[in-house]
Design a protein around this ligand. Structure first.
Ligand SMILES: C[S@@+](CC[C@H](N)C(=O)[O-])C[C@H]1O[C@@H](n2cnc3c(N)ncnc32)[C@H](O)[C@@H]1O
Length: 294
């Protein structure tokens, strides 16, 4: 296990259970957990597949139990999981916490669509609190435009003096955010990167500036990156070294790792743009192997 830290942003490079052990109990305001889903994704060579559903769930229950111990009495826990596993985790969690919302993160399609059944275009998220009478929910910080479909403002004529309806509302439990695509600025090389917009809503609603936010499966460190932007402190756990390097760079904890500069790999279309620029300015062609990027 290795710990990296700067300005209240801590990365624990370790297995989740080992990493969680180092965190004091009842110290965290908000946990966002986006574990491997047991659906066979390839996380840099580590295949996300357990020998059985039972084995996967037993592992989940272990780290969930530890996460709950780390939460403050007014703490909040958001959990993502595959649609097929969420019912088990929901039943498990509702005995220990209050589930305030069952959120659906719905997104546009990309890649090949299912042809013989209705393809999955959403991921479930549980929003749970330890104490239903004492938890953080900053409604004012996450208001959205109330879309009625009407062009003019709708008027409530049932009021003694007819008044326009509010134009802002607290989002419902169906959230529409695009997935992270290759051409987006925030894109990192990771198969399941979550968008900053999704984490922004969660962090703004369920923590206050100065609070500790924990992500036990950091991946591209979206959670801690957004936490930092909004004045929260963060702890992230990640087991894979190449993803650790993304975190060290994204959180600006260091600029070098093991003697090598940390940099964001240039994208293929940016390479092509550089090539064109070079050709335009030099009136000649640049061979691919002269490029310093890889
Ligand atoms: C679904 S991804 C998280 C993606 C992340 N939310 C993001 O926005 O990029 C799960 C991450 O957990 C990491 N992981 C898998 N098993 C782990 C373990 N036992 N301990 C710690 N991290 C683990 C994987 O390397 C992967 O990066």
């Amino acid at each position: 296990m290795q710990i990296y830290e700067k300005d209240y942003h801590k990365i624990i490079y370790a297995d989740v259970l080992e990493g969680l052990n180092t965190i004091p109990n009842q110290s965290i305001a908000l946990i966002f957990a986006d574990p491997p889903y047991n659906i066979g994704k390839n996380f840099n060579g580590r295949i996300d597949r357990w020998e059985s559903e039972e084995a996967y769930l037993t592992w989940c229950y272990q780290w969930i139990e530890q996460c709950l111990a780390k939460l403050k009495p007014n703490g909040t826990f958001y959990l993502m999981a595959a649609t097929q596993n969420m019912p088990y985790l929901d039943i498990y969690l509702r005995k220990k916490m209050t589930i305030l919302s069952r959120i659906v993160w719905s997104y546009d399609s990309s890649g090949v669509q299912a042809k013989n059944y209705f393809g999955s275009l959403y991921e479930p998220i549980l929003h749970c609190v330890k104490d239903k009478n004492n938890y953080i929910f900053n409604a004012q910080d996450v208001m959205v435009e109330a879309k009625t479909g009407a062009i003019r403002k709708l008027i409530d004529y049932r009021k003694p003096i007819p008044t326009a309806y509010n134009t802002k509302k607290i989002p419902g439990n169906v959230w529409q955010f695009p997935r992270v695509r290759y051409r987006m600025l925030e894109y990192e090389e990771h198969p399941t990167q979550k968008p900053t917009t999704l984490l922004e809503r969660i962090i703004l609603a369920s923590s206050n500036p100065g609070d500790w936010v924990l992500d036990p499966f950091a991946g591209t460190f979206t959670t801690s990156f957004v936490a930092k932007q909004h004045g929260r402190k963060s702890i992230s756990i990640e087991i894979d070294e190449s993803y650790l390097k993304i975190g060290l760079r994204r959180l600006e904890i260091c600029s070098e790792y093991q003697g090598k500069t940390l940099y964001k790999p240039i994208k293929t279309y940016q390479q092509r743009a550089n090539l064109t620029l070079f050709e335009e300015t030099h009136g000649t062609s640049l061979y691919e192997n002269n490029l310093e990027y890889s």
